[in-house]
Write a protein that binds this ligand. Structure first.
Ligand code: MN
Ligand code: MN
Length: 298
């Protein structure tokens, strides 16, 4: 017998957050052109999310080439995108903790050398979503993702996974692996999950790289330190960018709070392979997936 999770009681809010995230992702893909500054693209995506009435659920990830995930520009990032860069535009938006997480990959400029990797990630996502059903094994989703990616002659990354999402919690308890053999769980009706295959021409696993300018509160710091309490009020337990903290007393508070901050390294493909990613946030509906972050007509 499969458990019945309650649907979020504010499902319209989850759908609305996902529409905003979807449009922000498409904006980011359009802006990622040769000569564009990485910092400017992240700022533009996050400004769009805020102007639409939501908040970024995490810093815009603009990981490049063999960086698979978790790079966001620092305040003084001066890098510009170059022809042929393979850029993952991974965007999150939330409305009062109702989170959407979505990504796609763009090859910068007109070279079209890595289209196969981008197709592999997108096909993996499509195949995984097609296996979503209430009470269905997560294993079915994982197997479909892996097979679709391998059909392109490239590899799924085994140590990056999709995840369930709960209010203010981007990575909740359930993982959605991108290869079979790692999950005995089932999907539950009413659950919100992010499915996110990564395809690579490298060895198919990642190592931790340098700090990617992203941190997160592990717990509520309490009221003793007012600057820190303000920051927690703003970000709760969601990941945030160091560049978003501009007031000097808040910067100082962050330095004092190291012990309760999780800091994220960039995930880099272990063999230096190029990486493409595609991701949607879906609702496990009564008969299958409702893709909340699907592309929308303009
Ligand atoms: Mn993501
Ligand atoms: Mn995700």
């Amino acid at each position: 017998m499969s458990a019945m999770a309650p649907y979020p009681d504010d499902l319209p809010r989850w759908r609305a957050a996902a529409r905003i995230a979807s449009r922000a992702r498409e904006l980011g893909l359009r802006l990622t052109v040769p000569g564009a500054r990485r910092r400017d693209v992240a700022d533009a995506i996050e400004a769009y999310v805020r102007e639409a009435g939501a908040q970024p659920a995490f810093p815009t990830n603009l990981s490049r080439n063999d960086e698979a995930a978790h790079y966001t520009p620092s305040a003084d990032d001066t890098a510009v995108f170059e022809d042929g860069d393979l850029v993952k535009v991974d965007v999150g938006a939330h409305l009062d903790g109702a989170i959407a997480d979505t990504a796609d990959t763009v090859e910068v400029g007109g070279s079209r050398r890595h289209e196969n990797l981008i197709r592999a990630a997108r096909d993996g996502l499509r195949a995984g979503i097609a296996q979503v059903r209430p009470g269905g094994p997560i294993e079915d989703v994982s197997r479909a993702i892996a097979e679709a990616i391998r059909a392109h002659g490239v590899k799924p990354i085994v140590d990056l996974t999709g995840h369930s999402i709960e209010p203010y919690l981007l990575h909740a308890g359930t993982s959605i692996p991108n290869v079979p053999g790692h999950s005995e769980g089932t999907l539950v009706e009413g659950q919100i999950v992010a499915i996110e295959p990564f395809a690579t021409n490298g060895m198919g696993s990642i190592r931790n790289g340098p700090f990617g300018n992203i941190v997160r509160f592990r717990r509520d710091p309490g009221a003793a330190d007012p600057a820190l309490a303000r920051l927690f009020g703003r970000f709760r337990t969601l990941p945030f960018a160091v560049r978003w903290v501009t007031a000097s007393e808040e910067r100082d508070a962050l330095r004092r709070a190291r012990a309760i901050l999780q800091s994220y390294p960039v995930f880099v493909e272990r063999a230096g392979g190029l990486v493409a990613q595609a991701e949607h946030t879906v609702l496990v509906g009564p008969t299958g997936a409702e893709v909340l972050s699907a592309p929308l007509p303009d």
